[in-house]
Design a protein around this ligand. Structure first.
Ligand SMILES: Nc1ncnc2c1ncn2[C@@H]1O[C@H](COP(=O)(O)OP(=O)(O)OP(=O)(O)O)[C@@H](O)[C@H]1O
Ligand SMILES: Nc1ncnc2c1ncn2[C@@H]1O[C@H](COP(=O)(O)OP(=O)(O)OP(=O)(O)O)[C@@H](O)[C@H]1O
Ligand SMILES: [Mg+2]
Ligand SMILES: [Mg+2]
Lengths: 170, 159, 170, 159
């Protein structure tokens, strides 16, 4: 039990800092996981702390809405690296993100989708979904109750507007 | 591997049979408020074994098209997920059917028990119980804001 | 006690339908409040139901994220009509709204701000804040901890892009 | 009447004295994630009497600039709201000051008790207890999703 727990914990805590740096596109970002009780970690809690780019260490509840979303995605992707599900389904995860962070998160998902996992997102923001390979458009039809109809558009047939995108300079 | 298609049949706001896809490496579901985007995520979550309370309904039968306004379009509804293996390119069809107050499971058209169904899903890396690949609307921030004990419990479930 | 409660309740429930229609820019939208126990309403609960444009009556928990936001704003503004605070402060209320609903909600706030109440909103979406009279821009400065700096821009000095906007045809 | 200016002094991420405004009929606060937009809403809520738990801090002293990283910029912080009456155009300055673990109140520069302060706010229609004019980040949907009993309680408070 101790071994399995530590094996998982070590894997995720080694990966989380590098994933957070990649999501924030900034080497000064830091993320770390630390057990409250290092001898028997499964008996107590596990702390999670993120230092946003350009800021100092402070408690997690001091983060703003957008900063919490980025911290959450780093943890989500770090856990996935230990136990890789074949795909993600993410429903409006961009709601609290400003356009800069939308660009960073979408670029990260775009990179990972090539090599690591399939990603299905639901989004209202063009800045987010214009980086995908395919759009699944849902449009409502009136009836006694709403009827959902579906259109699919393969974006890979069009030239990619971001193909010349330079790596964001952190 | 990856998810190729989803087929819904009278599931929530999707009337009759509809084949949705193909899903690419990075696909985006878009559309106006109330059009049925989250219902499509509910369909994917349902076919992978997600429990009713996370599908925004109280009973399985509320998932049938028209049920919330008292006019269910049919007595059954179903969702199928067509999954393609990365190496062998072999397709597997996972199907979950609502009939009455319980649900039946099929793999490639053949009825199986829910244990066998979940075992097959685990083989491809889909562990709905630890749910580390589904993020429902409005819940992303809470992943980072769990307290220390909840986080330990999360690690216990995954390891 | 009964009188005061009923006076407040009657006022709000009379207004809510008209406010919801105005927010949704659609006469087929309906909103109503109903006491579970009409003789002594303060002893039991008060039900709230909204019928989104083009849909039929269904339980409130069936609403989508965006539909819930519009229903919530209708109730908020209906309560305000009974007990008018001089201003509102609304922090990213547009997070779940699609661009059409953002346009409707921003136009409603714009109209009401002229006659009824002052409104201060926080938003990340240009489609929402470009209808305001003034922008308060907050930008961070690096330091030991983040330092917020403020810039103010009076938009009334520029021509209003929406001044020729027709009433949305429902 | 309406809110004309806000003056913050070492409040959360606002260092030193800053005058913010003027606020028009419809003003929008914009800026990148983590820049301090919600902190400005916290400043407005604080000066109107909002309690600490709704300002995302555990203790009043955490509101002082630099406190969360253990380097408070001062031992005091304050927020003033300049309010203009619609008819008389008379300005009233409401000020709330953090000193140690309690807060002091002033109206037009004169110290008053918190009861008098709240009474004066009620005269202009600001009833923080019923909070029907402040919507904090992430809470808008919950206004519609209260259960029937909670809604009755809301009406009780307002009437
Ligand atoms: N069983 C059902 N039969 C028919 N319609 C249903 C059923 N269950 C839910 N609905 C309807 O589906 C609509 C909600 O769809 P959904 O939550 O997917 O919207 P959405 O596209 O995610 O919107 P948003 O962008 O606002 O989140 C609601 O209007 C609801 O009434
Ligand atoms: N007392 C304080 N002194 C200095 N900085 C503080 C203090 N309290 C909070 N902060 C910092 O202020 C920042 C948060 O600001 P705020 O929540 O206002 O962001 P925001 O502009 O609303 O962002 P978002 O768009 O993501 O919601 C955090 O980085 C936090 O660390
Ligand atoms: Mg949705
Ligand atoms: Mg904020």
């Amino acid at each position: 039990r101790y071994d399995r727990f530590m094996h998982c914990f070590d894997h995720v805590s080694n990966r989380i800092d590098e994933i957070y740096k990649a999501l924030a596109r900034n080497q000064s970002a830091q993320a770390f996981l630390g057990p409250e009780n290092p001898e028997e970690p499964y008996l107590d809690g596990v702390n999670y702390n993120c230092v946003a780019p350009g800021k100092r260490f402070r408690p997690m509840d001091n983060l703003s809405g957008g900063e919490k979303t980025v911290a959450a995605l780093a943890l989500l992707f770090a856990i996935h690296s230990y136990q890789p599900a074949p795909f993600f389904v993410l429903d409006e995860i961009d709601a609290a993100l400003d356009n800069t962070n939308i660009g960073k998160v979408a670029a990260y998902i775009r990179e990972q989708a090539e090599i690591n996992f399939q990603c299905i997102v639901i989004s209202l923001k063009e800045e987010f979904y214009n980086r995908s390979d395919a759009l699944i458009g849902i449009y409502p039809e009136q009836g006694d109750c709403i009827i959902s109809n579906v259109l699919t558009l393969d974006l890979t047939e069009y030239t990619d507007p971001y193909v010349h995108e330079e790596e964001d300079s952190p | 591997g990856h998810l190729k298609y989803i087929e819904v049949d009278n599931f929530k706001s999707y009337r009759g049979k509809q084949k949705i896809g193909p899903f690419k490496k990075f696909s985006a579901i878009i559309g106006p408020n109330g059009s049925g985007k989250s219902n499509l995520m509910d369909a994917i979550s349902f076919v992978l074994g997600e429990k009713t309370s996370n599908l925004r309904v109280k009973r399985l039968s509320d998932l049938i098209h028209g049920a919330p306004i008292g006019q269910p379009a049919a007595s059954r509804a179903s969702v199928s997920a067509i999954y393609t293996d990365a190496e062998t390119k072999k397709e597997t069809v996972f199907t979950r059917i609502i009939s009455g107050s319980s649900s039946d499971h099929k793999i490639n058209g053949k009825g199986v028990s829910s244990q066998d169904y979940n075992a097959e899903l685990e083989k491809i890396g889909v562990l709905v119980k630890s749910k580390n690949f589904l993020v429902f609307q409005g819940t992303v921030e809470s992943i980072a804001m769990k307290n220390a004990k909840e986080r330990t419990a999360m690690f216990e479930e995954i390891s």
